[in-house]
Structures are given as C-alpha cells and as structure tokens.
Design a protein around this ligand. Sequence first.
Ligand code: HEM
Length: 536
Amino acid sequence: MEIIPFTNMQSFSILLVSITFALCYIFKPKWQAKLQKAKQPSLPPGPKPWPIVGNLPELIKCKRKTSVSHWIHTFMKEMDTGIACIRLGNVHVIPVTCPEIGLEFLRKHDAVFASRPLTMASGVLSKGHLTTIFSPLGDQWKKMRRVMASEVLSQERHRWLYEKRVEEANNLVCYVHNQCRSGDGGGLVNLRVASRHYCGNMMRKLVFNRRYFGEGKADGGPGFEEEEHVKAIFTSLAHVYSFCISDYLPFLRGLDLEGHEKIVEEATMVMDKYHSPIIEDRIQQWRDGKTNEPQDLLDVMISLTDDNGAPLLSTNEIKAQINEIMIASVDNPSNALEWGFAEMLNRPETLQKAIDELDNIVGRDRLVQEYDFSQLNNVKACARETFRLHPIAPFNPSHVSVCDTIVGDYFIPKDSHVILSREGLGQNPKVWDKPYEFKPERHLQNCNKGEEVVLAEPGLQLFTFGRGRRGCPGVVLGSCMTIMMFARLLQGFEWNILTHQETIDLSQGKGVPSLAKPLLVVAKPRLPPNVYSLAG
Ligand code: HEM
C-alpha cells in the first residue's frame, strides 16, 4: 500500500484542529457553567433590595403606616404577579397568591419546603423548638408530628373524646341561653367572648379534663383565669409570624428593639402559670402509680413510651406541646364564627337559608349533633366562605427550603421563607368571582352531584388547613369545633342587630385580622325550653 506523505498545509490543518479540540476540552466546563448561568432562572419579581439590609427599610415603614401584608399584597397586585421575592436582611421571603404555584411548593416540592424558620417568638413559645409547628425539619419535628398525628389527633382518639366535645357544645348553648335572660326582647351577647370562650373551654377540657382553671362564672362564662389564658394565646399568636426585624438581622437579637420578645415571654409565662402545676402534678401521679388509665390528652402524652419503655416525652416537651396545642386551636374557629355571623347578619337571606337547613335536617326538638354535620352543607358553606374571606392570619406559617429549587420558572434559593397568602389565595380574582363578597352559595355548586361541603381545601383555592408534610393534623377537630359553633348558635337562637345599628360594621382592626370591634348582637331562644335543659 502506498503511503501518501502529508503536505505542510495538511499538517498545519491537523495541528490547528487538534489545538482547537484541546482548548475546547480544557475550557468546556467553564463555558458550560457560563452558559448555564446565563440560562438560570431568576428570582421571582419584587421590590429592588438595598445592599445588606435588603427591603427592611420598606418593611419598617409599612409596619408603622399600615401592615406588612398590605404592602406585600399591594405591590404584588401592581406587578400582576402570583409569586414575589422580598429580601429581608439576607433572607429571601417568597409570598405566593396563585394556587397553581402554591401547589408546586406544597405538592411537587413538598419535601424541599417542609422546614420552618428559627424565629425569636417560635423559639420562646416552643421552649427552644421542641414542638410540631415550630420545629425545623429534623428528628424532633418527626417525633412530635408523629405524637400529634397518631396519638393526639387520630380518628380513634377523636372518637374517644366525643363526650367531652358534646359537654362543651352544651355549655356554649347554656351560656348564651343565660345571656338571653337579661331582657324581654332577648339578651346582649358578645360573640367574640362566646366563641373564644367555647374554644378555650374545649381545649382545656380535652387536654386537662377541666373547663376552668379557677371558679369560672355562675352563668357558664369565663372567669378571670380563663380570660387571662385566652388573652395570652391571642397575644402569642399576634407575634408568632409578625416579621420581627431581629429575625432577619440576628445580631440585633437580645436588644429586643421592637419589644416583641418581652411580650411573647410574658404571654408564655401566663400559659405556663396555668398549665405547669397541672402537668407536674399529673406526671407525679403517674410516677406514683395513682393514675394508670388515660382520662385526657395530658394523660395520653405522659403515658407514651419509647422502645425501651421509658417516657417518650420529657416534661418540657409536654409543656411546650400543650402551649402549642392551645395556640393552634383557639384562633381559627373563634375568628370564623365572629366574622361569619357579622356577614350573615348583613345578609338575612343567607342567615335564613342556614337556619332553614337546620330546621329541616335536625328539627327543633333536639340540639344539633356532630352526626348531623354531613347533611348541613349550607351551614358548612357559610363557615368555608368565612375562612376564604376573613382568614385569621394573612399568611401561613413560613415554610423554609432545604436546598436550591426551581419553582414556576423561578429560582428559589436554599433557606428561603415561603409564605402562602391566605388572603391572596382566597381573594384571588382569577379564581373567585366577586372575591370580596360573602357568597356561601359559591361552595354549594357540586352538592347536587352528591359532594359534601368541607372546610379543608387541598387544591389551595383558599388556605384553611394547608396540605402535605406540614399540613394541619387537626383538620377533623378544627372542623368539628367550627361547624358545631355555627350550627348550635344558628339553631338555638334568633339573632338580631342592635336597634341603633342598620348593619354590622365590617371594618377590620388596624393591623389585626379580627373585626375592629367585638360583635355585640341580641339573641333570643328559638327552641322549646325543654331542649335547653337537655344541654344543662
Ligand atoms: C379550624 C381550625 C384550624 C385551622 C384552620 C388550622 C390551620 C392550620 C394551618 C394553616 C397550619 C399550617 C399549615 C402549613 O404550614 O402549611 C396548621 C398547622 C398545624 N395545626 Fe392546625 N388548624 C386548625 C386547628 C388545629 C387544631 C385543633 C390542632 C390541634 C389540636 C391543630 C394543630 C396543628 C399542628 C400541630 C400544626 C403543625 C403541623 C406541622 O408543622 O407539622 N390545628 N394548622
């Protein structure tokens, strides 16, 4: 075979190609990285951050003038976006008002966004992040979540606690019935007190097997101790996720510039003052063998053991988790009741529909019970509509991401705080027709196909209990408490606006989600007298 020698030109060409390949090989990773960087999705839109402090100056300004949620929702509307990014210190806070994007966070990437921030308030309330809601992702959260979901709030436990729930529903009717006796034309009832009192009673009964820490009141109302207890719960709640500046600039912690730390510590001390003696005494009773059969949720927690037969929960864990149970249970149902009644009283036809339903399904010869709930779609639609329009908090508790992720074409860095907007989802004009109107009938559309109205909304069209790993394990109990309050008060009493008022003033309190003024209304019994004695 004849070998053809390379010409100089050919040799040069081969050399050139080889050098090009070699250069490509050497610099390929760098070029690829550059290309990838150019393609990498950006952060969601939002106000331009300042160096180091980010958007904290805007946050401080709006805290003084209106509220942080008002600022966030206003700029998101102006930008016409369902997801945004604010930088507070070096934390990326990601508010979401679009249900589809919300589902990407809590369904598709649920595992990534299942942690929580370590804030000042959550640390104080949970005695160093020992509890379920306030613990970041990790073994402590797994343990406490299992205790709550499988022991405290399981279906079986719910059935076990049935009689206690009935007792408190009856006490609510008795308490309001006693208020009716104050005048011929009915009695004045403060529905804020009645609803918060019912929720506080319920949780004290389920956890400690007692309604009162002190004597209570002769009319069935709250005594000083119960009022102080419920006030501490609401004070804690107001500060849990209140965009405390030092949560974003940790070097300011300890200075307590906004005074939040002192307030939260004092509120926690009030809860501890009532809870701790009962908890410590009960633990001793179990140790001494004086108690060995659970009577309430405190007993359940004390009696849990690990694989070696040792107590599963420490005294501190029990104390912290009980504080959290109180905080988790009282606010949502009572807030919904007060707003729901205010809205219904301004729409007499809606109120009448719910009452007619109760008369048709339950009648007037007995009090409505939990087993009636499946048939009370109108009543439940009123409660669900209230959760949509008047959520207790503007956002859900922050979910923190454990790694960098892409969501909805946006880059969400590790350690971002994702806050799903209860207001923004529930009042999203792209989802809801006339979003600012109270129209419970919108939830009844599928009832003729046999569907039941429920308060949970896993599709995130509104945000009641959330979903996924961090979703609320108290859906059944929370729904029962809410529906029972609506149903018993609608069935048991005729409700009227005060004579000097034309309608209920629906103004919201400044910077708080409740009605500006407690709802005062006139109640008159509407059932035969013997039915009320069944409750007493
Ligand atoms: C109508 C009543 C209630 C509503 C609307 C409600 C709503 C919520 C919401 C929105 C969350 C946060 C979900 C998230 O971060 O994505 C939550 C979490 C939680 N709720 Fe509820 N809740 C109610 C009642 C209760 C009750 C009665 C209990 C227990 C006694 C309870 C215990 C919890 C716990 C332990 C968590 C934390 C879950 C976790 O972080 O792993 N809730 N709830």
